[in-house]
Design a protein around this ligand. Structure first.
Ligand code: NDP
Ligand code: MG
Length: 383
């Protein structure tokens, strides 16, 4: 029995993780969980799964739940609450499915507590990949990818010698606006941006997919997870999202992982690794129904955010922290209607230009730079 602690239970990845846990009562058990503000849904999950400890974002919600559930469940809150859930003594695996860099400290604490990490929260590796990977090595902890692209690469590498990798090739669907030309992006709405053609995901990552920043964050995440330089990480557009990613080896042989687009498959792989479990609701891939797979080259003028991510990643140091923090604030501003779609990339460009990267930053430096980058974007938004 694997005992699971889940951060972000009410989110898109969180819900699908719960689907997987529910489908395997003999193998997987939820013992600890967190959510943010969605108390109604959180309450339902608590009733369905009876975890031992629950963390919520604020104290009021925590106090309310304490009065409602008197059956021995521990309720905690805030960032400390996230850490308590992430390090809960009974759990052996942490599924980190919160959105944003708030996921970083709980991940590090869970690594210190020797939990296996199933990582969906990509902002953690983007902002502090060197610290997280070093800590994992030091404590002998595995970091298992949940994101479909990284899971695909991880699956393609099973039984292979990492030294034989020529490059990895991440696939990207192109997001909600893949059929639009650049000039047509000037007036797109939040509602249009939230309408992803292949995946149903949380709001932030859906906007990141439309700007292609999601692929950019994934490139940086892949750099850390697979310890590869950026010139060995490629991206190809593949609108069907059937090939989830590929690895090319020195002999030019390419291994790809395919499947219907269903996040529960990579989530389940991370939870069952090195074994494989079966989800009755996952559909088989009938290639005759798919018919044709399309691929095209990335146009970096069209998808500028992806270029910015490669740029920030290659410079390294605190540059990816700035990229991520500025992106979180800019995407939130787009979602609440304060800025237009193309302003997101303009803000990111300015934020990166202004920043002098600090190499090999400590956690304190990362925190400081993260706050500064957020403050700078907020200032820009007021102008
Ligand atoms: P959602 O927005 O759907 O869910 C986010 C979760 O985090 C919710 O449970 C939310 O709680 C909680 N949360 C948000 N902010 C805080 C906070 N400050 N403190 C505590 N809890 C918080 O996001 P997704 O599930 O889409 O994505 C989660 C992560 O996984 C992201 O990093 C994303 O990039 C990554 N990812 C997502 C994929 C997907 O298919 N969705 C695919 C691959 C990676 P509440 O709603 O209760 O407020
Ligand atoms: Mg992905």
């Amino acid at each position: 029995m694997k005992k699971i602690s889940l951060l972000g239970a009410t989110g898109s990845i969180g819900q699908q993780t719960l689907d997987v846990i529910k489908a395997h009562p003999g193998d997987l058990e939820l013992v600890a969980m967190s959510f943010g503000d969605n108390i109604e849904f959180g309450r339902k999950i608590i009733m369905d799964f009876s975890p031992k400890i629950v963390s919520v974002r604020n104290k009021e919600a925590c106090d309310t739940l304490k009065t409602e559930f008197t059956n021995g469940i521990t309720f905690v809150y805030g960032e400390e609450g996230l850490v308590e859930v992430a390090t809960y003594h009974e759990a052996t695996i942490l599924v980190n499915a919160v959105v944003g860099s708030v996921g970083l400290i709980p991940t590090l604490k869970a690594i210190e507590a020797k939990k296996t990490i199933a990582i969906a929260n990509k902002e953690t590796l983007v902002t502090a990949g060197h610290i997280v990977m070093d800590a994992a090595k030091k404590h002998g902890v595995s970091i298992l990818p949940v994101d479909s692209e990284h899971s695909a690469i991880f699956q393609c590498l099973q039984g292979e010698n990492d030294k034989n990798i020529e490059k990895i090739i991440l696939t990207g669907s192109g997001g909600s606006f893949r059929d639009k030309r650049r000039h047509e992006l000037v007036s797109v709405t939040v509602e249009q941006a939230l309408n992803h053609p292949n995946w149903s995901m949380g709001a932030k990552i859906t906007i990141d997919s439309a700007t292609m920043m999601n692929k950019g964050l994934e490139v940086i995440e892949a750099h850390w997870l697979f310890e590869l330089p950026y010139d060995q990480i490629d991206v190809v557009l593949h609108k069907e999202s059937i090939i989830h990613s590929m690895v090319e080896f020195h002999d030019k042989s390419v291994i790809a992982q395919l499947g219907t687009p269903d996040m529960r498959v990579p989530i389940q792989y991370a939870l069952s690794y090195p074994d494989r479990l079966m989800l009755p609701s996952t559909k088989s891939l009938n290639l005759w129904e798919v018919g044709t797979l399309h691929f095209s080259k990335i146009d970096f003028d069209r998808y500028r955010c992806l270029g910015l991510a490669y740029h920030a990643g290659k410079i390294g140091g605190t540059m990816p922290t700035v990229l991520n923090a500025a992106n979180e604030v800019a995407v939130a501003a787009f979602l609440n209607g304060s800025i237009s779609f193309l302003t997101i990339e303009a803000i990111l460009e300015k934020s990166l230009e202004k920043h002098q990267s600090i190499s090999n930053p400590s956690l304190d430096v990362i925190k400081e730079v993260d706050l500064e980058a957020r403050a700078y974007v907020r200032e820009q938004l007021l102008q």
